[in-house]
Structures are given as structure tokens and as C-alpha cells.
Design a protein around this ligand. Sequence first.
Ligand SMILES: Cc1cc2nc3c(=O)[nH]c(=O)nc-3n(C[C@H](O)[C@H](O)[C@H](O)COP(=O)(O)OP(=O)(O)OC[C@H]3O[C@@H](n4cnc5c(N)ncnc54)[C@H](O)[C@@H]3O)c2cc1C
Ligand code: SF4
Length: 511
Amino acid sequence: MAKTLRLILGDQLNIKHSWFKEPQSDVTFILLEVMQEQEYVMHHVQKILAFFGAMRNFAHQLTRLGHEVIYVKLDDKDNEQDFAENLKRIIKKKHITRFEYQLPDEYRLDEQLKEICKSLHIETGSADTEHFLTERLDVKNFFGKKTRYLMESFYRNMREKLHVLMDDDEPEGGRWNFDADNRNKYDGKVPLVPPLMFNHDVTALKKMIDAAKVKYFGEVDAEHFAWPLSRQEALSALKYFCEHLLPNFGTYEDAMLQKHISLFHSRMSFAMNVKLVSPFEVVSTVLRYYKKHPKTISLAQVEGYIRQIVGWREFMRGVYWAQMPDYQEKNFFKHRTEIPHWFWDGKTQMNCLKHCIGQSLTDAWAHHIQRLMVIGNFCMLAGINPDDVDAWYLGVYIDAIQWVEITNTRGMSQYADGGVVGSKPYAASAAYINKMSDYCKNCHYDYKKKYGERACPYNSLYWNFYERNAEKLQGNPRIGMAYMTLKKMKPDEKQKIMEQAEQYLDDLNKL
Ligand SMILES: Cc1cc2nc3c(=O)[nH]c(=O)nc-3n(C[C@H](O)[C@H](O)[C@H](O)COP(=O)(O)OP(=O)(O)OC[C@H]3O[C@@H](n4cnc5c(N)ncnc54)[C@H](O)[C@@H]3O)c2cc1C
Ligand code: SF4
């Protein structure tokens, strides 16, 4: 009898997929915990535990629904520790006549699975993941020959296509973008709400990865593991977000606070990226709450959130498939400096980085502005090699999968793609960090000083960045102001700033 083996990758936990409509006696599903996936980059311990935990729950769910499932654990004695060898072994053992997989979101795995299929001497086939709102090449086709991709035009097109927040042909409320109403510093006008934390005991999983000597970093409370690991938990997190956080999401989207790491963010990225819930479900749930609670949830909050999912998330995936594999080599500024060692322990005197990196190490999560304007901004100003930056981001965050990590890191935050994703580098001095957070008031450094004792490193590095990259950037109309200011700067003032920057750049490990 013909027998089909279907591979489910760790980020393909989509129970709504047509593969799972009903059990079929000639179909077996396989999930594999393999060292290969632990070693392509060093991961945060919580990321490894979250993937394995969610995969195991998913396999149980499939079994309960009557599907035939093979689950290979990391410490199974015949585990070959990579996809190819495990698949070959099982295909032989189970007399499989056809192999199928869902299209991976990562280029690396896409290539590997194509190779695997070539090497198997049976029929093979692939299926869509049935998760995203767009196809892999939609962004590429949308922008055609353009070298710069503008998210805003893609986003508007998506809103029209999906008819989301539209009044006939016009955007609801008469505007596409409510950024001007959003993005305030936290002012205490509304109370802070704790994030929804789950409470899993993952000590057995942790013991297993320790016994297998998986190399990892970061911290975990394995008895109280906080991330959603099933679809049901992901849906609870979404409900919690809509009820408690959405009413203030947009207003404080960019704010940063020492005592509250996530403010009004949804923390849905892991659940979405492993496909426990789909972007369509997230968007429709948010819209439903908005329609039901017009007095407490304003259009500005909802538009702010929808933009992230319908706009940024789909856009980044499309940029990835339009630009890979060359994208991972891009280094527009030719930055070569090694990442400082305090990225691995958070021990720096710069309070903003101490908190944002520290929180990434303890929680495997930071919000967008912490990733972009504190950590990423520092890396770009300090000239850190984008390869190091990518490896750190891809390892540290619970939601980091290359398609969404590299486009944000190398593209949006480092401008290493020379402006495919962003129209200008996201460079900022201490004034921005002080405006949006409470970090500066507790810092060893003085956010007002550009040079001299305890001058904030962001300030001199900011001007040094523009000065050293003038040839590449000064023609960009969006940063004309920075170059005007540099031009007008008194020579001795400018010299002091540049000397201060050089001193900091000489030994970033000391900052
Ligand atoms: C340097 C850098 C690296 C990043 N790396 C990742 C990553 O590895 N994985 C990842 O999922 N996100 C990444 N992001 C985007 C964003 O920071 C996270 O999606 C977000 O912080 C996750 O928390 P949340 O679910 O509470 O997001 P919310 O603020 O509640 O936003 C809702 C959702 O919108 C989506 N979203 C928001 N911004 C983006 C964006 N720029 N690109 C794609 N989707 C977006 C996410 O799915 C997110 O869950 C990165 C951003 C930057 C600047
Ligand atoms: S003073 Fe500078 S280093 Fe310190 S918290 Fe503010 S921006 Fe960060």
C-alpha cells in the first residue's frame, strides 16, 4: 500500500492546515527534534524550550485527533540529529512511498529540503503553510524593478486588498496612518497592566537539553515557563491583549520603562511565528473587539496594531524572499567591529542597554523600540559587524526566525542593505532615548553631554556615524538636517565630539 510521510517543522504548528482535516490511514506525520537546529546559531535557552514544548503539545494534539504521528525526541537513541538522515532512516523503516513537506519560511531549510527530496528515491511534494496573508513573491512582484521598497505603499495595498479598516475605497477615519496620535512616552495617565504569563513546568525538557550538552545562553525559570505553548494558550493571550492592552497599544507603542518591560505590547510573536495562530485570526479578533468596544478601543490603537501584522510582518517576509540569499551578505557601511562582550551578560554602565539587553537575556524578548532604537541603534553607531548583530538577534529572541529577524536586523536596524527596507538609517542620539524612556535618569552617563566626563556614548557615536559615512548618506534628502547641523558645528566642538567617539570606539567593552 502507498504510504506518505509528511514532515512538520517546529514553526509549522498550524492545526488549521488542510493536512489535518481528517486522519488518513496512509499518511504519517513526523516531527523531529534535532541538534542541527540547535547549532546553526547559539539560541537562548527559552527559545529551545519553547519550540520543543510547543512541538510536543502539537504532536499530542494530532495523536488525540486520530492522526498517526512519529515524534523523534532529541535524546532518542536512533536520532541521527539532522533532518536528512532521520528522514532516510524512517522512510526505509516504514516503507514510505511518498514524502511531503510544507514550504519552510527559512531559505536555509528551503534549500536543504529541496536537496533531501532530490536524494530520496521516492515521489516527493511540497505544500503551502496556509498561514500568511501573502505569497512568498508578492512583495517582489509588487515592487517590480524598484531597488527601494516602501512599506507604506505595500500596506495600503494590503488594506485595500483585504478590505481591512476601509470605508468603501477610503481608509476608515480618513487616514491610513495614525502614527501622529500614537507613540507617546509613558505618562502614567492609564494604569500599567501585567503581561499574561503562563506557568509551565519544563524542567524535564531542560534536563534533556542539558544532558544532550546543547549549547545555549540566557536565563530561564523552568518551573514557571511563561510562553504560550499551545493554540489554546495563544488564543488566551490574544483575548487578554484585546481586553487589557489594545486600548492603549498605539499610544505607548514606542515607550520604554525600567519597571515594566512589555507595557501594552501583545507578546504574540512566538505564537504567530510557530503558527499556533494565523495573522488572519489575529487581525479579525482585533477588529471584532474594536467593533464591539468603540468607546474604549479607538481607531488609532487598532490601526497601529493592524499595521504591524498586515503591513510589517507580511512585508518583511516578502523582502526576505525577494532578496535572499544575497541579503545575508549585505554590509553597506562595511562595519567590521566585533560585538562587545557585554551583549552576553548585560554588564554595561549604559543603563538603557543594561536594561534592554538584560531583559532580552532574562525574558528572551524585548519590544520593537528596545530592539531598534536602543540595541540596534547602538550596534549601527558603533560599527558592529552585521554578521555578529544577526547572530545575537537570531539567538536571543523567542520569536527569532531568520525571515523576520534578518530583515529587521540587517535591514531596518543596521541599514546594511543600503536602504531596501528603510529609507534612512534609524540613527538616534540620547535625546530620543531620554524622550521615550526613563533609562537616562538612572544612568552612569549624562544624556545631555556630547563629550567630556561621563558623556553619553550615543551622542558622540551618533555624530561620528554621520561624519564617517558622509559619502554614502549625505545625498539622502531625509537626513539633510543632520548634515546641515554637522556643517554648522564649530570646528573645535566637532573635534571634541569626534575625539570622544574615537575614545569610546577604541574599547567598546569598557562602556
Ligand atoms: C532589530 C529587530 C529585530 C527583530 N527581530 C524579530 C524577530 O526575530 N522575530 C519577530 O517576530 N519580530 C522581530 N522584530 C519585530 C518586533 O520587534 C517583534 O515582532 C515584537 O517586538 C514582538 O513582540 P509583540 O508580539 O509583543 O509585538 P507587538 O508590538 O504586540 O506587535 C504585534 C505583532 O506585529 C508583528 N510585528 C511588529 N513589528 C514587526 C516587524 N518590524 N516585523 C515583523 N513583524 C512585526 C509581530 O508579529 C508582532 O507579534 C524585530 C524588530 C527589530 C527592530
Ligand atoms: S544617558 Fe545615554 S547610555 Fe545612559 S541611558 Fe541615556 S541614552 Fe543610554
